[in-house]
Design a binder for this molecule. Structure first.
Ligand SMILES: C=C(OP(=O)(O)O)C(=O)O
Ligand SMILES: [Mg+2]
Length: 400
């Protein structure tokens, strides 16, 4: 019933206005699924390769589509193995991880369509957990996502005490609005960065004050605990030649960076710190995790790139206590599931994530529920972000 009979690939726009790959998968019994690849700006050195959309589509049409015809969409491993076999490399550099992930997600949706089940249920099974992920909402940002703003890439609201996913989603939007008020009171103009977060021309130190103030205001209003966290995207700050983390005119050695982040965790009671150190420095990651991992999540994004081999290395040395999962970093849903499973078996928290370049695709909302992830990072405002947040609200309301 779920046998694939056709795959169409096309170029569509992502949220930055760049071309990305969209895939449609059709099955024998009329099942239909559509998936679109997101795209990163602060990409990890070890990610699967994204090719220019046109090139990726041409290669996938030639090598992957013929292999996939006749494969059962309901057998996600078979679909993803066929994609790997068609590509023939370790990093999808032959057909592009953008076509691979679009097809992988579209096939899952086509199978769910045939089965008449919501995607999260098809992916997670009847006995998946009853939990919903806490949304981490980007409210202030800079780095590679906005010029002339903070050095730290993302300041993320974390409504850890929210009684429901819906209240958490609205709390993050309220923090985003409160940040605008605090900036306005300080006379700071602010545009928005790629993910819809405010991108004010202020120092990181002032951003901490602004976000703390905004979080406190909303916490008082809603009556449940809201903390905040960071994505430091430190690989982008690290200068290999200087062997230092460069914040404008200031540079920090690795020891100073560990000290700085540990201090921030305590001063602001941070719930979450992603990529606080360079993607090649497992040792410094382990040192920081040893110091503060009992009271905050130290999450590897560029460090692990959703890759089980890199995660295994990290687990061996105690590099972190959580992993960011981005399906397009590795190329298929099966690979993303493998990373989640390895993480969970080793007590690592999982955080399912969007990319800075996104589409209206809502697969990651379903993936987060299917895998019982503790958190989802998918922005706060903006159509491509609210597409996922609103889908989460619908899933919680049994309305998908
Ligand atoms: C979402 C992120 O940004 P990008 O997609 O640019 O890697 C991130 O670094 O976590
Ligand atoms: Mg990151």
């Amino acid at each position: 019933m779920t046998r694939i009979t056709g795959i169409s690939l096309r170029r569509v726009l992502d949220s930055r206005g760049n071309p990305t790959v969209e895939a449609d998968v059709l099955t024998e019994s009329g099942g239909f699924g559509r998936g679109a690849a997101p795209s990163g700006a602060s990409t990890g050195e070890y990610e699967a390769i994204e090719l220019p959309a046109n090139e990726s589509i041409a290669k996938a049409r030639e090598h992957a589509v013929p292999r996939l015809e006749g494969v059962y969409a309901g057998d996600q491993r078979a679909v993803d193995n066929a994609l790997r076999a068609a590509d023939g490399t370790d990093d999808f550099s032959a057909i592009g991880a953008n076509s691979a992930v679009a097809i992988s997600m579209a096939a899952a949706k086509a199978a769910a369509d045939v089965l008449g089940a919501p995607l999260y249920q098809h992916l997670g099974g009847a006995f998946r957990g009853e939990n919903f992920p806490i949304p981490l909402g980007n409210v202030v940002g800079g780095g590679e996502h906005a010029k002339e703003a903070t050095h730290i890439q993302e300041f993320l609201a974390a409504p850890v005490g929210a009684p429901s996913v819906s209240e958490a989603v609205f709390a993050n939007a309220a923090v985003h609005a409160a940040v605008a008020d605090v900036l306005d009171e300080r006379g700071v103009p602010a545009a928005k960065g790629d993910e819809g977060a405010w991108a004010p021309p202020i120092s990181d130190a002032e951003a901490f004050e602004v976000v703390e103030e905004a979080v406190d205001r909303v916490e008082e209003e809603v009556g449940f605990e809201i903390r905040f966290g960071l994505d430091m995207a430190a690989a982008e700050l690290y200068d290999d030649d200087r062997e230092a983390y460069v914040y404008g005119d200031e540079a920090k050695s690795t020891d100073e960076q560990v000290e700085y982040v540990a201090g921030l965790v305590d001063e602001y009671d941070l719930a979450y710190v992603e990529d606080p150190l360079d993607e090649n420095d497992y040792e410094a990651f382990a040192e920081l995790t040893d110091r503060v991992g009992d009271r905050t999540l130290i999450c590897g994004d560029d460090l692990f790139v959703t890759n089980v081999e890199r995660l295994r290395e990290g687990i061996d040395v105690g590099a972190a206590n959580s992993i960011l999962i981005k399906p397009n970093q590795i190329g298929t849903l099966s690979d993303a599931f493998d990373a989640v499973e390895l993480a969970s078996r080793n007590g690592y928290e999982t955080v399912i994530s969007h990319r800075s370049g996104e589409t209206e695709d809502t697969t990651i909302a379903h993936l987060a529920v299917a895998t019982d992830a503790g958190f989802i990072k998918t922005g706060t405002v903006g159509g491509e972000r609210t597409a996922k947040l609103n889908e989460l609200v619908r899933i919680a309301d049994d309305a998908v």
